[in-house]
Design a protein around this ligand. Structure first.
Ligand code: ADP
Length: 183
């Protein structure tokens, strides 16, 4: 499924984010930036050790206490097809009254802002927070779609935003959110 927002294409596919050839792929990281399970583990294992090396430097220089929820940083893509990995931290779901929607929106916005600042024109996102962080995917998909489309309406320069959903079911949830948003 695809939508055109100004000069930006928003594309929804099912697949593996580590296989995407966009300028950047986004990692649903944790504050430690030292790798983990889920999409984080897949990115580090396929991208190789240079990504972790840069994450260590970022921890030492920029974020000694860890990357706060909603922030984003960039490293090399290492051996991945993508030039850069943008690491962001989504919120852990704890019922929905702890600012989770705002924090999730911030994670998407920070990633897009960083991509723009770095001159990156195409970017792939996973479904941030809906794995280990347990954010209900129907709710998360609506925040993700609204935030990305809102950002691209206000900021020119991103040519393509690709959501890469790890299952067909997740893709269908995001397609519903996009269809409802476009009405
Ligand atoms: P979080 O801690 O932010 O919840 P997870 O990595 O646990 O991050 O899960 C986020 C989403 O990423 C989940 O929907 C999961 O199915 C998905 N995912 C896991 N591996 C991949 C992959 N290789 N490509 C795309 N999405 C993936």
């Amino acid at each position: 499924m695809e939508a055109k927002i100004g000069t930006t294409r928003v594309i929804l596919i099912s697949g593996d984010i580590t296989e995407q050839e966009t300028d950047a792929i986004v990692n649903a990281a944790n504050p430690g930036l030292m790798g983990g399970g889920g999409v984080d583990g897949a990115i580090h294992s396929k991208g190789g050790p240079d990504i972790l090396k840069e994450c260590r430097i970022i921890r030492q220089t920029l974020w000694p206490d860890g990357l706060p929820t909603g922030e984003a940083v960039a490293t090399t893509g290492g051996r991945l097809k993508a030039k850069k990995v943008i690491h962001t931290v989504g919120p852990i779901w704890s019922g929905g009254n702890k600012g989770e929607p705002d924090l999730l929106a911030q994670a998407y916005r920070s990633s897009l802002t960083l991509a723009l600042r770095m001159g990156l024109r195409t970017i792939s996102f996973p479904s941030i927070s809906t794995g280990a962080y347990a954010y209900p995917i129907e709710k998360a998909s609506r925040v993700a779609i609204k935030t990305v489309i809102g950002f691209t309406e206000r900021n020119a320069g991103i040519e393509e935003v690709r959501f890469v959903l790890h299952s067909y079911n997740d893709l269908q949830v995001y397609e519903k959110a996009l269809a409802e948003y476009m009405i």
